[in-house]
Design a binder for this molecule. Sequence first.
Ligand SMILES: [Zn+2]
Length: 150
Amino acid sequence: MSLPAPRKDRTVIITCSDHRTVPEKFLKLEQDDAVLISRNPGGHVAPNITGLLAFDSFVTIANLLIVHHTDCGTTHFSEDVIRAELKKRVPDRAAEIDAMYLGQIRDMEQSVRDDLAYLHASPFVRQELKDCARGFVYDLKTGLLTAVEG
Ligand SMILES: [Zn+2]
């Protein structure tokens, strides 16, 4: 019988679903690096908060990176257009549609700051996780990560 492997502290990365945003490449990760990647359009915290809380229940998270990127698809759509289409499809649910989080980004750095603020405001996220969170913008053209202060 062997001893269980020591637990590694994990890094959680919340980033965009875009195929051009590949943390394994821009962070030069190795296969055995202890990284969990959580994706959604834009790389926002709000849609993935429950996943983050689940990760936090079964691994030790030492770093939390929120990474948005240049030329993100969320800068090219309009929440108003999506809401109008949804209201045509389901007209009796307008209030619910108006409350939906759709993740449009108008200002990339402000979006990262807003996601950090959302994380810090959440009563469900423990303080140590809030303290280790950092925000970045990944530039698709240069391959550089730029830190964004919260
Ligand atoms: Zn994107």
